[in-house]
Design a protein around this ligand. Structure first.
Ligand code: M6R
Length: 616
């Protein structure tokens, strides 16, 4: 039986004056969040290609390379998240042709790989892995009559699917040929050489000036620079970007894990999201959006499309946009959007939410909406990524790099950015008085301080985590914007603690899920002061009466909720309840973190997950 998993990978390539290996290993470390079930490198040296590849995390490859003398100045490297074929040494990249003189790495999925593999076998090729990628190595071998670049072009003409690939040949040392369709590929030139990677982070040690290779382009990198052409061979240009920000930001900065560091970065991250976007008097400034105000006034419907945590942020945005603008908002899981024939036209605004800007489900939803002439606005954290590039306007969250696979600061900054967007829509459409808008904006500027205070709940959370780390099921309940908070709390716990957790609209519990409640089942109730507070208290009583161990997230000083719960976690109050999820997220993130630590899990790289999901 063939097992096909979903995946994405990280690729790097280097050609320069210095040994390629250290550059590649450093790049792979920065890319490991993209996949970590195997890693490998290929270096062109002394007229041959030397390959070392290992199943497991990058540290396994590092160990295998100890004492390894590598002086080759041209190479490619890969960190994998399995799709075709399980995570073992044979399926690890790079893959080679029959002769071992061509090596390839790949991020993406080759859709016609079965047909290609059958044909290649009939032609006498010996395939040694279960991967789709290996087929491309053999295709290049069959097309190798001229040079490597020409053979890559001819091979890719036979391939359908998504890819960014990088290829080396023992016969053309000093050259890496790469190409891209859908999956990201970036090139940069530094003092000692030229590098490529699937993410700007990997290129930061050599340069901040980079170029995004566009779909169906080929790039040849050499020690002294690069040349971009189309798949057909015509000269072409990529898209130049300058990466700003602190390199140290991608290190752990004294915290045990990236996730914890990122949780604690939230006050600064939310402040950065707001920076420069509001004026005194509460006016929102959105010059960057590139949407003209007449079009905004004509919008008659909004769709929010997103996946995972971004979907939960989008659900908060639905409540905010509807309340502040009176526009109807539909929220849709991006992977479902285009399959249900949504009704869109030029007066529809589609808001895509994706921290990575590369999630393929969201990208395809955006493409579908574009075909129907809808206006697309993206909220993203990654400058120049695919989804922003295909949108009419972008609002960057400016959260800084998030390395932990579990989204934390990108969740709270997504909500912040989406709510600023909602206020801007309300401002342009005149659905809020300037004074009301100014009051909300003023409170938004208090959020960094409220989050800082919420972080003080960690000792209380730690005690609760010890209790629930050995439970089988954990339920999260909330109403109104407490509902998306509950969904996100459950997702965080599932992702990194591997406990079974579900988020429910608290009022829905009695329609079935309440059957799950038995003596001691932990129920985390989002019960901060808001217009549905009394209702949530009733729901707490319902589960309490059936033996649940209720942990309530409450507003500081709320003694009423404390009477009904077994334990409470206090968070500061937001006067505007639509802003509350930005603060209540903090104890829920910390709870997931602490439970995962008690259970001894790797919180930054949880099993089966990867940071950005670039295949459907
Ligand atoms: O990069 P995106 O925001 O598009 O990612 C969407 C989801 O894959 C992501 O939020 C995922 O659910 C995270 N692992 C959540 O922690």
């Amino acid at each position: 039986m063939r097992v096909t998993l979903i995946f994405m990978c990280g690729i790097v390539g280097y050609v320069g004056e210095e040994p390629a290996l250290p550059f590649m290993m450093d790049g792979l470390k920065r890319l490991e969040y993209r996949g970590y079930d195997s890693a490998g490198i290929a270096v062109v040296e002394n007229g041959a290609i030397e390959i070392v590849k290992k199943a497991g995390k990058l540290e396994v490859l590092e160990k295998a390379l100890v004492g390894h003398e590598s002086t080759g100045t041209c190479g490619i490297g890969h960190t994998r998240w399995a799709t075709h074929g399980g995570p073992n040494d044979a399926n690890a990249h790079p893959h080679t042709d029959c002769s071992g003189r061509i090596a390839i790495i790949h991020n993406g999925i080759i859709e016609n790989f079965l047909e290609l593999r059958d044909r290649l076998r009939e032609d006498g090729h010996e395939l040694r892995s279960e991967t789709d990628t290996e087929a491309i190595a053999h295709l290049i071998e069959s097309e190798m009559v001229g040079n490597l670049t020409a053979a890559v072009r001819k091979a890719l003409a036979q391939v359908t699917g998504a890819f960014s690939i990088a290829v080396v040949s023992a016969d053309e040392p000093g050259l890496v040929v790469a190409a891209k369709r859908t999956s990201p590929l970036i090139v940069g030139v530094g003092a000692g050489g030229t590098m490529l990677a699937s993410d700007p982070t990997a290129l930061l040690p050599i340069t901040r000036e980079m170029v995004h290779i566009l779909d169906d382009q080929v790039v040849e990198i050499r020690a002294d620079g690069y040349r971009i052409t189309t798949l057909e061979g015509a000269d072409a240009e990529g898209q130049a970007i300058t990466v700003e920000g602190d390199l140290v930001a991608v290190e752990k900065g004294g915290y045990d894990d990236f996730m914890l560091k990122e949780i604690y970065e939230q006050p600064a991250a939310v402040r950065d999201t707001l920076r420069g976007r509001t004026h005194d008097g509460g006016r929102i400034v959105m010059d960057e959006l590139r949407l003209n105000e007449r079009d905004v006034r004509n919008i008659d419907k909004v769709f929010v499309v997103a996946c995972g945590t971004a979907f939960h942020a989008g659900l908060v945005a639905k409540y905010a946009i509807e309340h502040w603008t009176r526009l109807p908002v539909e929220i849709e899981i991006a992977s479902e959007f285009r399959y249900r024939d949504p009704i869109l036209d030029r007066d529809t605004l589609v808001v895509a939410v994706s921290q990575s800007g590369e999630t393929i489900d969201t990208l395809e939803a955006v493409r579908h909406a574009r075909e129907q002439h809808a206006k697309i606005l993206t909220v993203s954290n990654t400058v120049g990524s695919s989804i922003p590039r295909e949108s009419d306007g972008v609002l960057y969250m400016r959260a800084g790099p998030e390395i932990g696979v579990a989204a934390t600061k990108t969740f709270t900054t997504q909500i912040t950015a989406l709510e600023i967007l909602a206020l801007w829509l309300a401002q342009v459409r005149g659905s809020l008085y300037a004074k009301e808008c100014a009051e909300i904006v003023e409170e938004m500027h208090r959020l960094p301080e409220l989050i800082r205070r919420a972080l003080e709940c960690r000792p209380a959370v730690k005690r609760i985590a010890d209790d629930i780390a050995s439970c089988r099921d954990v339920l999260f309940i909330g109403r109104h914007v407490g509902y998306p908070s509950a969904l996100e709390g459950a997702l965080k716990l599932k992702e990194i603690s591997y406990l079974h957790a579900e988020g429910y609209a608290a009022g829905e519990l009695k329609h079935g899920p309440i059957a799950l409640i038995e003596e001691g089942v932990p129920v985390i109730a989002i019960a901060n002061r808001c217009h549905v507070y009394e209702k949530v208290i009733s729901n707490i009583q319902e589960v309490k009466a059936r033996g649940a161990n209720v942990i309530a997230v409450v507003t500081e000083g709320d003694t009423e909720a404390a009477r009904h719960a077994d334990s409470v976690i206090e968070v500061p109050e937001t006067e505007n309840e639509l802003l509350a999820p930005i603060v209540t997220a903090v104890p829920l993130q910390l709870l997931a973190y602490e439970v995962a630590k008690v259970r001894g899990n790797d919180v930054d790289q949880p099993r089966n997950l990867a940071k950005s999901v670039t295949v459907e």
